[in-house]
Every structure is written in C-alpha cells, then in structure tokens.
Design a protein around this ligand. Structure first.
Ligand code: 16G
Ligand code: MG
Length: 555
C-alpha cells in the first residue's frame, strides 16, 4: 500500500503519547528540540511524523536522532536530519514548531494534513518523488531513549513510510548514514567505520603507492587519551579503533569515560571548553599528554593537555580549524596552477578568538567568513566553497569538499600526491556534519604527518585572553543582534554601552547574544590581558542586566 496520512492513526498515536500537563513543549532551538525527558514523548512523535513527511516530499531517506548532546543526562531531545544528511531548513523548523504546538489529537491530525498538502505530497508521483525513502531513527545512551524512540517510530508509522531502527548511534553517524543511503553508497554502521579507516589509511599515506614506511606507527608523538563524556561515542570510538587495528593501524588510543553513568557530568568537550577544567578521570594524567574530549553525542571535539597544576592548555575548535586549514594550504602548494582555481574558505562565529582570525588572515591569506552561532549556519556557508573549513570554538565542525572539486581531483589523483591527500581528507572528514571521531582521526593524522607535538600546534598562534559569562533574564528575546551576532540592535543604547566598554580595553572585543538553547544572554569578551577581558565581560554583563531585564545577581 502506498504511504498515506491516516488521520485515525495520527489521533491514535497522539493519544498514546499525550502532552505533559505540567510542561510546555519546547520550541525548535538552535539544533532541534531539547527539554527534560518526561515532556518529550509527544514531541518525538511529531518529529517522527515530520521526518516521514519530509522523506515523502523528497523521495529520500530522512532521520531522527534522539539526543540532548552535551546537556545533562535527565534531558533529551531530537535532531532532525534531511535527505542530504543536513539539518532541517528554517521552513521545516517552522513545520516542526507547528506540529509541536498542536496540543490535541485533532489539532495534530489537522496540522499534519495541512503540511502534507502544502508539500504537495498527494500529487507526488513516482517520477517526481522517486521511490519512497523512509526514516532512520537512532539514539544516544540516555536512559530515556527507549520510550522516545518508540514515540518517534509511532509518528513515522502514521504515514506508512518504511522505518529503520538504527539503535545507538552518534549524531554524526546518523547524518553520515542518511547522506550515504541517498547517494546510493554503502550506509551501514560498519560502512561508516570502513570509510573513516580507509580514508585515514590513504591520508596517512600508508596504503598508497609511494607510502612512507611506518606512517601508521607513532612518529614523534605518543598515543591519545580520549574522554568520551560517558556517552554513546565511547562504544563507537572503540568500534572505530578496532576497525583501524584491522587495517593495520598501530596508533595508541586510551579510551576513557566510557559510561554508562555520569553522562556529561564534569566530563566531555563542553565541560573542558567552558570550564577550562580537566574531565573526571584525567586528574593524574601526565603534564603535556595529548588528550581530547568529545561530547555526549560525539559531534564536538576539543583537544587539551594537562598543565600539571590541575589546569590545561586548550586546543579548541578554532585551533583545530587552523590546523586543518594549514594542512589544506600546504597540500595546495603541491598543486601549482590548479590550486588557484579552488575557492578555499574558513567559516567562524563571533566566539572565534581574535588571534585565530588574525592567524587565518595573515599567515594563511584566508578571509574568514563569520556566521551566527549554530552548526546549520556555518555548514551552509562552508558549502559555498570548494573546500570549506568550518568550526565553532566549542568544537563543532568539519571540512566540506564540493562535488566539482572532488571530480577535478579524481581526474588527477594518479599523478598528483596532493590531490590524493585532499581526496583522502574528504573521506576522513564527515561530509554531512561535524563529527568528533572523524575530526580526531584527521588531527592525529596531520600531527603525525607534520611530526608535530602539541607544542608546535600551540605555537601556531596564542589566544587573546577571553571570558564568557551568562546573564539570567526574564525574556532573552529582548536582545536582538545583527552582523553575525556581533552587534546588538535592541535594547536601545546597549550597543553604545558595549562599544564604550570595549574602547577602554587594549585589543578589546565583546558581544552579547541570546542563547538558542537556554533562557539566558551569553556574553563574550576578549582583551590583551586576562584582567581586562574579565572586567570587560563584567561591564557588558552589568549593561545587559540593567537594560534587558536581568534576574538575580549580576554574574
Ligand atoms: C547547539 C548547537 C551549537 C551551538 C550551541 C549554542 C548544533 C548541532 N549545536 O549546541 O552549534 O554552538 O547550540 O548554544 O547546531 P547557545 O545558543 O545556548 O549558546
Ligand atoms: Mg553534541
């Protein structure tokens, strides 16, 4: 029977997963829905239903990932995945909000039918829509995942679209798999590990013609300690490492914080980046050891080295982006005459430390593009380049390669080593979304290829001292920003106040933006000294508190 929207099934499913009387449903935030798990079953039902409608409209597979990323274990959420492995467009975010706002069973059936019609699904024939895709549903390792996955599956079932239960997945794995499936490529979980392992073998030049012997062995650097935030990434990192071993890779990995309890609790990329503190379980790690942290759903990556005094040296998303961009620039030097025809770009947000932006400009001759916070914004911008590196300071990011460039590189790969290096990088770096595990392999590969320790990486540039604060407000929407969130246009006079505070500091820069995930206003400040960065952040926090209806004490 062809898929169809059965209003009775919608009503029936909605009555099995009714809205929670005590909690308002969350709005679609920066990266999907996130809330306390008990209020989410009706939201997941709606996400499943919407993904099924999207899949019918596109004639392709779509996905639902049940996760709340780096949030506490009691939270959960949903990330929706479109047919090219991308995050949903703003139009579909609106649809998602409409479905979630439909409180009663009848309202939901009516709203779903309206979207169904709006997308012209009844008039999509096999010729236009192609074969029906389906919806793949995955989840992280939160205890609430089981019920929420069932709710999502019930939503898909309202339409008769085929469903695939992917079980435990990292978010980037699920994005990768949706994209691969729709490109007609192998798309099982094992295919994900294969692609990364084979890509890495080529990137490290071990399995290609003019291999440098022993590249798989550690060159001048020891193994990597990996903090998995007690999340789903732990088991997946172990599976990946097992696949690397099979391929002959002898690199040493020490996988820690493998769960199942303590998800994101003083561990993981968010903790390391925001608190600048060692994750639990790393207290006795030797000074200077190469360590990295991923977050609860393994789409963020930061590196760090313990400083021997319970603190650390951080290698955040900007440092990772700089390393990747340098590697790409070096590869392009090996392709004179051709490289000039490629458009290489780096995308950052306002959180990028000024020193990183300066490095990209002055050392690499790149002009970084700034976007608003949130992977979807950076990803879209990066996709406009032939090679687009994007990273948020918090460790979300990847490197995208255009189809055009891949085709050009394939034509010359047999005679051109640099072309092979770039093609290998495109295999290692997840082309659907930022992926901590794939980023980690690429960083490891580059450090070994360059025979760099952390010291050399650290010395690429020195971050300006910075400080982040958050201000509790009654309604964060009173803050309105422009220019990729670098300037405030409301409330009145806030920006003038920030400008005056910045002008009083050497190399000062500061901004305030409403969070997309919590009801707070976030403040970022940097300056020539830590003291000035701290006092600048405090000044801006005071202004926001005063002009934007702050609640409680000024931070
Ligand atoms: C989400 C976003 C991340 C962004 C962060 C900002 C994705 C997959 N994740 O974690 O990109 O940096 O939100 O949070 O898009 P904020 O708006 O609360 O500062
Ligand atoms: Mg995450």
């Amino acid at each position: 029977m062809p898929p169809r929207l059965d209003p009775d099934r919608v009503r029936d499913a909605a009555s099995r997963f009714p809205p929670d009387a005590d909690g308002d449903p969350p709005p679609y935030g920066t990266a999907g829905f996130r809330a306390q798990a008990p209020i989410l079953p009706p939201v997941l039902l709606r996400c499943g239903l919407l993904a099924a409608i999207k899949s019918l409209a596109a004639g392709k597979m779509c996905g639902v990932m049940v996760t709340a990323s780096h949030n506490p274990e009691e939270d959960n959420g949903a990330k929706l995945i479109g047919p090219v492995g991308e995050m949903m467009s703003p139009e579909w975010e609106d649809y998602a909000n409409r479905l979630v706002a439909a409180g009663s069973d009848d309202q939901l059936a009516a709203e779903a039918a309206a979207i169904w019609r709006q997308e012209g699904i009844d008039s999509i024939d096999e010729g236009r829509g192609g074969p029906v895709g389906g919806v793949v549903v995955g989840c992280d390792n939160r205890p609430s995942a089981g019920l929420l996955v069932e709710a999502a599956l019930a939503g898909v079932a309202c339409t008769g679209v085929p469903v695939v239960r992917a079980g435990l997945q990292t978010t980037p794995q699920l994005h990768f798999r949706v994209r691969a499936r729709n490109l007609g490529q192998p798309w099982g979980e094992a295919d994900y590990y294969d692609r990364l392992a084979m890509g890495l073998a080529k990137a490290s030049r071990d399995l290609v013609g003019d291999a440098v012997p022993g590249r798989w062995a550690a060159v001048g650097t020891d193994g990597l300690l990996l903090d998995c935030a007690n999340g789903v990434g732990a088991a997946k990192a172990e599976a990946l490492i097992a696949r690397l071993r099979e391929a002959g890779c002898g690199w040493r990995f020490d996988v820690r914080n493998v769960g199942p309890r303590g998800l994101n609790d003083r561990v993981g990329a968010d903790h390391v980046e925001k608190q600048r503190a060692l994750p639990l379980g790393f207290e006795t790690v030797a000074k200077g050891a190469r360590c990295c942290s991923i977050d609860g759903d393994a789409d963020r990556l930061v590196y760090f080295a313990p400083d021997g005094k319970r603190g650390l040296t951080l290698f955040d998303g900007n440092k990772i982006a700089a390393l990747l961009a340098l590697y790409i620039k070096d590869a392009l030097k090996g392709m004179p005459g051709i490289a000039e025809t490629f458009k290489v770009g780096v995308v950052q947000t306002a959180y990028a430390n000024g020193a990183s932006t300066n490095y990209l400009k002055t050392e690499l001759g790149l002009q970084p593009v700034m976007t608003s916070t949130g992977v979807k914004h950076l990803h879209r911008e990066a996709a406009s380049f032939d090679v687009g590196v994007y990273f948020e300071a918090n460790g979300h990011g990847t490197v995208l390669f255009s189809n055009d460039l891949i085709a050009k590189l394939r034509k010359i790969e047999y005679e051109d080593e640099a072309a092979r290096d770039l093609l290998a990088m495109a295999e290692v770096m997840n082309q659907a979304v930022g992926d901590a595990l794939s980023g980690m392999l690429m960083v490891e590969c580059i450090l070994r290829r360059k025979v760099w320790g952390l010291k050399e990486w650290e010395d690429m540039y020195t971050d300006l001292p910075s400080r982040q604060l958050k201000v509790m407000v009654a309604d964060r929407a009173v803050i309105k920003t422009t220019d990729a969130e670098t300037r405030c246009i409301a409330p009145d006079s806030l920006q003038q106040g920030i400008d005056a505070a910045v002008a009083r500091r050497k190399s000062g820069r500061a901004f305030a933006r409403p969070s997309g995930t919590e009801n707070v206003v976030r403040i970022y400040a940097e300056a020539a000294s830590q003291g000035e960065a701290d006092s600048l952040a405090k000044d801006v926090a005071r202004l926001v508190h005063k002009l934007a209806g702050g609640i409680g004490p000024v931070p």
